[in-house]
Every structure is written in structure tokens, then in C-alpha cells.
Design a protein around this ligand. Structure first.
Ligand code: NVA
Length: 371
């Protein structure tokens, strides 16, 4: 049955079918959290984030909210239903019997927390202590979907304990250096251990029957095995990107645009031995265009490769950040209509256009693209 704006239905099997209903994050009350093992490993040695923590400056929160609101309006004007989370108080410390941290993170970006697979939205375990309670920002929406869609499956992965045993102490220095990090990434030695299953939702890409999951700082092998057991009707593939010294979240590294076409970050190429399923099925893996910027904006965790963190609206239409002119040009050459979205001043809140959204409904069914 065709999608109707008057009826809530949760369903999304991939990253490209026509988007009808989406969640867009909010910058409200976002914090730079205090030091903790997994977060420190992600912050580059020369980053302006080192040694800082506390509530983000109000003018940056207001500016990011303005951009996120505008993005939500742009989507609405194109007929997409947009929901927004309800921010909790992120200044509150998070304490469990196993850990304590003095503040939380924010209600951005939803893609990190919520994994939509078919009729299910799964809350990820998360791997940072400051993000342990982040799912609470989305609970009002999850409850609403539960009430309105009798087929909605609301699931939560087992909350991890996140004791010190979850993190390799080798990573807890601010002087490791990029060369060492690249060596460790190539050896698949990451900050997280295999103590218990850990994954962030943004390490997962959905290709119908296949889920492609990045093994890195925020997702360990037990997390991937947990996903495999949780989705028994899917094939779950583990991928690594050895060129990335800070491997968290796959969506500035590997970006499917439509059946048969993926953009890959040219500094973080998928190794030859992991390309088989794509090559055998005639998929093209293209190098993404260069970012338009040499540095991320101030107080930003992400790299300049948020250029390729695009939101596909349908296989012929893609949202690209307005200043990312090289990425837009490449999309144009690939035959896609480009929707320009001004978001760069919100990057610091956790990412780009893919990050700041989470799918609720896309047309289409669960297809097998890799028979
Ligand atoms: N690994 C990423 C995160 C982006 C969503 C980066 O390039 O910073």
C-alpha cells in the first residue's frame, strides 16, 4: 500500500529508496563531554577539542538549530514528514553502577543511535559513556510510533557496562600520532576491546537483505556478531577502512547512492579482499570528490569528509551540503539532482546531512542486491 502522510508507518530497508518520513536532530543543550576513553581516542592530537568540556556556546547552539530547522522545512516542502526529538538535560551527569561521567552529549546526531531495519527501529548499545542515555531523547517519538503503527518493532540492544575493561589503555595518550594510529587501524587494533557487544548505529549501512558494518572504535566484533544474531534473515558483512586513523561511523567513508553505485572515501578505500560481493554483482565503487574545506569547523569531532555525508532522497535526488561544491559537481555528473542544504555551522554537533537524520519510512521492500 502507498505511503500516506496521515498514517504512521515505520519501514526502511536501505539508504536510497524514496524517503517519506525522517527524524532530524536538534542542537538543544549539546555538550562537549568530559574526557573518557573512547572519546579521547577519536579526537585528533591537534584538535581544538582537546582539554575542553562543558555546554557548547549558546550562539553556536542557536545557529545549529536554525540550520537544522531550515533543513527540516526544506524536507517538508518536498513532501517528507519530519519529526524532531525532545531534548533531555544533557548537563546531568550519567552514573550507573559501573561508571560515572560528568555530562552527556546531546540529541544530535540521531543516525548514531537509531538503526531502522524494515519495520524495526533498534537503539544501539553506543560505546561512549556520555552517550549511554542518549536514546531517551527519542523515546517520545518511539512511543508515538508504537501507539500509531501496530507493526512497529521498537527494540533496544543490551546496554553495555562500559567499564574500563571495554577500552585498550594503549589508546589513552594524546601523543600517539597519526602513523601509529594508521598502523593500529591496519592491524584492526582499536580503542574498544571485545569485553562485550558494542555498536553505534552509524557504523551500519543497509542494502536490503545485506547489512554492511564497519569494525572500528565504536563497533567491535561482538557488536557485529550481536547484529548478526539479532537479524537472522540478513547477511551481515564486516568491513574495515585501513586509511582512517580515527575509524568511527561509516557514513563519511562509504556512501551508497543507488543500487549499483557507492562512493568511497579515497583516503579510506575498502580493501580488495572485501570488495567481492560488490564486484560479483556489478556494483561500482567510485572515489568520492575531494572536500571543499581543508579543516573542519571549530569544535568539531568529524573530519572534512562530512562532504560525502549526504542524504539520498531517492535514487535520483540527493541532499549535499551547500559549501561542498566538488561533491555537488560529482553528484551532478552522476546524473543526480542536487538539493543544496546549508549545514556546515551545525557539523560540530555531530555530523552532516546523513548523520543528523534517521529514517522512519522509505518506499520499497527488502530486496536482495547481492544474490
Ligand atoms: N569517521 C567520520 C565520522 C563522520 C560521520 C569522520 O570522518 O570524522
Amino acid at each position: 500500500m502507498a505511503w500516506s502522510p496521515d498514517k504512521t508507518e515505520v519501514k526502511s530497508w536501505n539508504e536510497w529508496d524514496t524517503l517519506r518520513h525522517v527524524i532530524v536532530g536538534r542542537a538543544d543543550d549539546c555538550h562537549i563531554p568530559p574526557e573518557e576513553p573512547a572519546l579521547e581516542a577519536k579526537v585528533p592530537e591537534d584538535s581544538d577539542m582537546r582539554g575542553q568540556w562543558g555546554r557548547r556556546p549558546q550562539e553556536t547552539i542557536d545557529r545549529a538549530n536554525e540550520l537544522l530547522d531550515n533543513f527540516a522545512d526544506q524536507l517538508r516542502k518536498r513532501g517528507v514528514r519530519v519529526d524532531r526529538p525532545t531534548s533531555i538535560d544533557h548537563s546531568q551527569p550519567a552514573t550507573t553502577p559501573d561508571f560515572h561521567t560528568d555530562s552527556q552529549f546531546g540529541c544530535m546526531p540521531p543516525r548514531d543511535v537509531l538503526l531502522t531495519v524494515g519495520h524495526e527501529i533498534l537503539e544501539a548499545t553506543m560505546s561512549y559513556r556520555c552517550r549511554w542515555f542518549e536514546y531517551l531523547n527519542y523515546r517520545p517519538l518511539m512511543q508515538q510510533y508504537w501507539d500509531e503503527d501496530p507493526n512497529f518493532r521498537h527494540e533496544a540492544a543490551p546496554k553495555p557496562r562500559l567499564t574500563d575493561a571495554d577500552y585498550h589503555p594503549d589508546y589513552l595518550s594524546d601523543k600517539i600520532g597519526v602513523e601509529k594510529r594508521l598502523q593500529w587501524t591496519a592491524e584492526k587494533f582499536f580503542v574498544t576491546t571485545e569485553e562485550e557487544p558494542l555498536f553505534d548505529a552509524a557504523d551500519v549501512l543497509r542494502f536490503g537483505r545485506d547489512l554492511v558494518v564497519q569494525h572500528g572504535f565504536t563497533t567491535n566484533l561482538k557488536g557485529i556478531e550481536w547484529l548478526r544474531r539479532h537479524f537472522p534473515d540478513h547477511r551481515v558483512h564486516t568491513v574495515n577502512f585501513p586509511g582512517d586513523p580515527y575509524p568511527i561511523h561509516i557514513d563519511a567513508t562509504f556512501t551508497p547512492l543507488r543500487p549499483g553505485l557507492i562512493l568511497n572515501n579515497p583516503q579510506r578505500r575498502l580493501p580488495e579482499e572485501q570488495r567481492g560481493m560488490f564486484e560479483r554483482n556489478g556494483w561500482e565503487i567510485l572515489d568520492a570528490a575531494q572536500p571543499a574545506h581543508n579543516t573542519p569547523p571549530p569544535l568539531c569531532y568529524s573530519s572534512t569528509w562530512l562532504s560525502m555525508n549526504v542524504l539520498v532522497l531517492d535514487p535520483k535526488t540527493v541532499c549535499v551540503e551547500k559549501s561542498e561544491v566538488y561533491q555537488a559537481e560529482q553528484m551532478d555528473k552522476l546524473g543526480m539532482e542536487v538539493v543544496e542544504v546549508d549545514l556546515r555551522d551545525a557539523y560540530a554537533f555531530g555530523g552532516g546531512l546523513h548523520c543528523c537524520t534517521a529514517d522512519v519510512y522509505r518506499d520499497g521492500d527488502c530486496e536482495d542486491y547481492f544474490p
